[in-house]
Design a protein around this ligand. Structure first.
Ligand code: FES
Length: 191
């Protein structure tokens, strides 16, 4: 049964770059560049090398896949002061709190759009439960740990503050998984 162009494209799209290179090499060795049906598609786009190049351009870079970026638009998220929302990054809960005017400042504050935000991974630093926001603080139901609006531990067994994920601020957009200058400054301050 003849192979259609769409089937060839789908087949190629599901291969890694390495698999594709091997596949093309094998076809060239066995049939020559224009002999096999799948190779017709290769020839149509200008040969094996250009197809590999296209495949590389279609696929996200390995670093992008590994980092698992998440973006949060702080305006579109419609965060009300004092009422955090939970997002997800790399399967972890991420708490974002737009601070009220009377919440104390911290060197962990992220300033964007004229507002101050707390951004943390929402896992208790004791044994990893997910604390819940209770009016002015996060409380962990597992063993009673508490964290203030800055994400600092204030009571119970948690040994350290919530972890701040790597982030980058561009206008009102936070990108999690990238280390921007503000994120680097926080990391350096902890070092
Ligand atoms: S896991 Fe949160 S206090 Fe123990």
């Amino acid at each position: 049964m003849p192979v259609t162009k769409e089937e060839v494209i789908e087949f190629i799209a599901n291969m890694s770059v390495l698999e594709l290179s091997e596949f093309i090499k094998e076809l060239e060795e066995k049939f020559g560049v224009t002999a096999a049906a799948p190779v017709a598609a290769v020839a149509a786009v200008g040969g094996a090398a250009s197809l590999v190049g296209m495949k590389q351009a279609w696929d996200p870079l390995p670093s992008v896949l590994a980092a698992g970026f998440t973006t949060i638009d702080l305006v579109k998220a419609e965060l009300k002061p004092g009422e955090p929302k939970t997002f997800k990054w790399r399967g972890k809960p991420i708490f974002v709190l737009r601070k009220t005017a009377d919440m104390e400042s911290s060197n962990r504050d992220i300033v964007a759009n004229g507002e101050r935000y707390t951004l943390v991974i929402g896992l208790c630093t004791h044994l990893g439960c997910i604390p819940a926001w209770k009016k002015t603080m996060w409380k962990c139901a597992c063993h009673g740990g508490e964290f203030n609006a800055n994400g600092q531990q204030t009571f119970g067994p948690p040994p350290k503050p919530f972890v701040v994920p790597p982030f980058k601020v561009e206008g009102t957009v936070l990108t999690l998984g990238e280390t921007g200058p503000e994120s680097k400054a926080m990391i350096d301050a902890r070092a």
